[in-house]
Structures are given as C-alpha cells and as structure tokens.
Design a protein around this ligand. Structure first.
Ligand SMILES: Cc1cc2nc3c(=O)[nH]c(=O)nc-3n(C[C@H](O)[C@H](O)[C@H](O)COP(=O)(O)O)c2cc1C
Length: 366
C-alpha cells in the first residue's frame, strides 16, 4: 500500500515505520527509587513488537524537586535513572521503533513526591475534583505552593536536567508535558493562572514561561534530538475547561511554539475531531494541522476510525491511548484486517500498574 498510514514517513526529523504511536500512559511501575525495570522493558517492548512505530513514554519526572507526581513513577532526575532506560530504548530500537521521553512536572496535581517537596503551582489553586485512584490512594488534593521567581528558574532548569539525561540515555527525543492539568498546562490555564504579575494575563503573557522552556530546551537538545510538546485544554479531572482566547489564541500559541523551535505539537482531547475552542469550529488538532506544524493527534482513535483520522490529518502521527492499552498488537492486527481486543478497565484495577495488568492478562489466558 503506497502512502497509507502503514507506510513509513519522515516526521519531525525522524523516520518512522508507520504513522502509529503509543500515547503516553502513566503506569506507576518503576522501582521506588524512580529507576525503570524489567517489567517496564516487557511493557514497552510489546508495543514495538506489535507494530507501533513510535512510543511516547509515560510522564517521567525530570528533577529531584517538586516535579514527581506519583509513587513508583519513573524519573530522569539522576544518572542511574537515565541508565535504567537504556535496555528499554535498545530493545525498542532493535524492533525498528523510536521512543520519546515525556517530561512531566506534576504541578498542583502531585499525589506523591519521594523528595518531600510540596506540590508547586502557578498559584495556590488546586485542581477540580479528586485525585485519580488509578495512580495512588490519595483522597484529596494537597495544598499548593505558588511559584516565586526562583521557582521559575528551578522548574526551567529541572526540565533541562531531565532533557539532558534523556538525551544521554539514548532517547530519540523528549516531549514536554503541557497538557492534562500538569504544571505547564496550569501555567497556560486561567483556572490556575490568575496571577497579575508578568507571568499572568492573556494567552501571550501566560505562554511566556512555556516558550522560555521550549527555547532553552531547543538549545540544549541540538538539531538531532526531537523536541515536542503536548497540549490540551482539558485536564484529568476537568473535561470542560476552555482557554478564554478561543481559536485565535490557540493559533497564536501554535505559531509561537513553532517559532520557538518545537519540532511537533501533540494535541489531546476527548475526541480528536471535537470542535474544542470557545469561539471556533476547529479541533485543537485541526488548528495545528492548518498551521503546517508537525502534528501528533490523540483522542478517541481506534480501529473504527483510524483510516479517517489519517486522511483528515495528512502526515500526522496517530497516538493511541486506550486502544493501545487494550491491545499492544493493534497495528499488526488492523493492518492484517483483524479485530483488535477491546479495553477492559479491570486490567487497571485497583492501580494502573503493570503488575495488575499482566496478572489480569494471565487470568484471561488461563
Ligand atoms: C492509564 C492511563 C495513563 C495515562 N497517563 C498519561 C501520561 O502519563 N501522560 C499523558 O500525557 N497522558 C496520559 N494519559 C492520557 C492518554 O495519553 C490519552 O491522552 C487519553 O487516554 C485519550 O486518548 P485515547 O482516547 O486514545 O485513550 C493516560 C491515559 C491512561 C488511560
């Protein structure tokens, strides 16, 4: 098949075997010291074996400050954590796939921090709703420390620190997590960012810190290390939030990120094609597509709609979360015309860790 979603493409400086990626998914399965382990190797390997050309890792904490959000979350905060990813990266590469590290600062959504750091936010504002039981058993959000001037510098340096370790470990690139209610998202969101100093105000002002991080990360990444950013309006507990600036504001942000040197923008929403913005008709992904910026598109993509999505977003990478979780063989199966497995959330109970998933899979097989 020529030019199909199963053909290889050049994307953001990478040659990908096809247009399917695994979306980032937190699995709280690292060692307590934040190092990746055998189980994670087994986990990531199956996606490369199952035909996914690109794996975007679960959110990884980049430093020993307030960035860690979950117990048993993997880190890239020290050299040994970086080393621990090497076997995973090697295995994924041997299967012909690429792997990008998602760098995540938990912000106000922190549920656990092994360095004893309180949640850090753009203000003291807590997220809506309750913490996710899938990632730990916290009942309510903790108090949040509002960032002062020195925190901005520390957060920026933290991202650079994680990026350097990701590069040294051999990842193909890094994705800054600016979506789903974590710190960089909070800085862009008026639910959290109500500051009246230079870090708050309209989209242009709220975006300044994110753009500073992107520019500094670009410089550190160099030319051959891919640098992406994930963006959403919604958060893990707030499916309704919208930026007040609507389509025009988002289009401005997309262009500003491109000008700052980002290689791709990864949009996520409940459904990739949903008109998302306050005063517009386009989805987040359509705005990125129309700006001509390399796009990773996520949200509700499955075996019934992937071909339509691929045609609607030419040249974009399709990132699958739940569909990949349900069936790591998704790509091989749909390519052969077979039906992939459907998701059973029982595999993520009571915690979304790999031990529970692999135990559940064994039970299904027996
Ligand atoms: C168990 C689980 C863990 C997730 N962890 C992350 C994460 O670490 N980083 C992130 O950006 N999104 C995370 N997400 C969101 C997914 O990447 C994706 O955006 C979401 O599932 C919607 O896409 P889908 O309809 O393809 O599943 C997670 C989703 C699930 C189900």
């Amino acid at each position: 098949m020529f030019d199909s979603e199963f053909s290889s493409i050049e994307f953001a400086g990478m040659k990908l075997a096809n247009r399917f990626a695994v979306a980032p998914m937190t699995r709280v399965s690292a060692q307590s010291n934040g190092r990746a382990n055998e189980l994670m190797l087994k986990h990531y390997r199956r996606y490369a074996e199952g035909g996914f050309a690109l794996i975007i890792t679960e959110g990884i904490f980049p430093d020993q400050d307030a960035s860690q959000g979950y117990e048993n979350q993997p880190g890239l905060a020290d050299a040994l954590q970086g080393e621990s990813w090497r076997p995973i990266i090697r295995e994924v590469h041997e299967q012909g796939a690429k792997i990008i590290a998602q760098l995540m600062h938990a912000g106000a959504q922190q549920q656990y921090n092994s360095f004893g750091k309180a949640p850090l936010g753009i203000t003291e504002q807590k997220p809506v709703g309750k913490p996710l039981g899938l990632y730990g058993d916290q009942e309510s959000w903790q108090d949040v420390k509002a960032m002062d001037e020195s925190d901005f510098e520390r957060v920026l340096n933290g991202f650079l620190h994680g990026l350097r370790n990701a590069k040294e470990a051999g990842f193909d690139g890094a994705e800054l997590h600016g979506a789903n209610g974590y710190l960089l998202h909070e800085i862009l969101s008026t639910h959290f960012n109500t500051r009246d100093d230079k870090w708050g105000g309209d989209m242009q002002r709220r975006a300044q810190f994110v753009l500073e991080v992107v520019k500094a990360a670009r410089e550190m990444a160099g030319k051959d290390f891919v640098l992406g950013i994930r963006l959403s309006q919604i958060t893990i507990t707030d499916p309704d939030y919208q930026w007040p600036e609507g389509e025009e504001g988002f289009a401005w942000l997309v262009q500003a990120l491109a000008d700052a040197g980002i290689d791709y923008i990864h949009t996520t929403d409940n459904h990739a094609n949903r008109p998302a913005l306050k005063d517009g008709t386009r989805s987040l992904a359509e705005v990125v597509r129309d700006a001509g910026v390399p796009l990773v598109v996520n949200g509700g993509i499955d075996d019934t709609n992937y071909a339509k999505m691929a045609a609607h977003y030419p040249g974009a990478v399709l990132a699958l979360g739940k569909a990949a979780l349900a069936d790591p063989q998704f790509v091989e199966k749909v390519k052969d015309g077979d039906k992939p497995d459907e998701l059973d959330f029982a595999m993520l109970q009571p915690l979304a860790n790999l031990e529970n998933e692999f135990r559940w899979r064994e039970e299904q097989d027996s």
